[in-house]
Write a protein that binds this ligand. Structure first.
Ligand SMILES: [Zn+2]
Length: 156
């Protein structure tokens, strides 16, 4: 998701409260705001995007609370943390093992489309191991050829 996406206060707070309780997390107003941003559908967000979106629900929410709560959500199995590099961690509300497409030029991370996943070569494993899942990040950027063609089209 991009944090500018609107989160409505109407998205049933009681649902998120029981989601947090079931995961063993005390549902404070701050954690509920974070949960509403991240757990209403499948999203990929940085901590700053979570902060920005959750502040639309709870303007007093502090950066420290968001940065402390996200690892707790990960530890309790509500989120996955995907480390893109030493400075960038993306929080994913889809917690099963799956692969991603990372657009280096825009910073967008999305689940790898199934068609791309099916076309990827499978690793050759020793007979003592079986494949349980693929969890890879495919890094891409806009093709330079495509960029050139697009700008030619614009000038015509
Ligand atoms: Zn994902």
């Amino acid at each position: 998701m991009h944090a500018t996406e609107k989160v409505t206060k109407a998205s049933c707070p009681a649902h998120f409260e029981s989601l947090l309780r079931d995961a063993g997390i005390q549902p404070t107003p701050q954690r509920l705001a974070i949960a509403q941003v991240l757990l209403h559908k499948a999203v990929h967000c940085t901590a700053d995007e979570v902060l920005q979106a959750a502040r639309t629900l709870l303007p007093s929410l502090s950066r420290a609370t968001v940065y402390n709560s996200l690892p707790l959500f990960v530890e309790k199995g509500l989120l996955r943390a995907l480390r893109l590099d030493s400075e960038r961690t993306i929080y994913d509300s889809r917690t099963d093992v799956h692969s991603h497409l990372y657009h280096e030029d825009t910073g967008l991370l999305e689940d790898l489309p199934p068609a791309m996943l099916h076309s990827m070569p499978r690793p050759v494993l020793p007979p003592t191991l079986e494949l349980v899942g693929l969890d890879v990040i495919v890094h891409v950027r806009q093709s330079k050829l495509h960029e050139t063609r697009t700008s030619d089209d614009i000038t015509l």
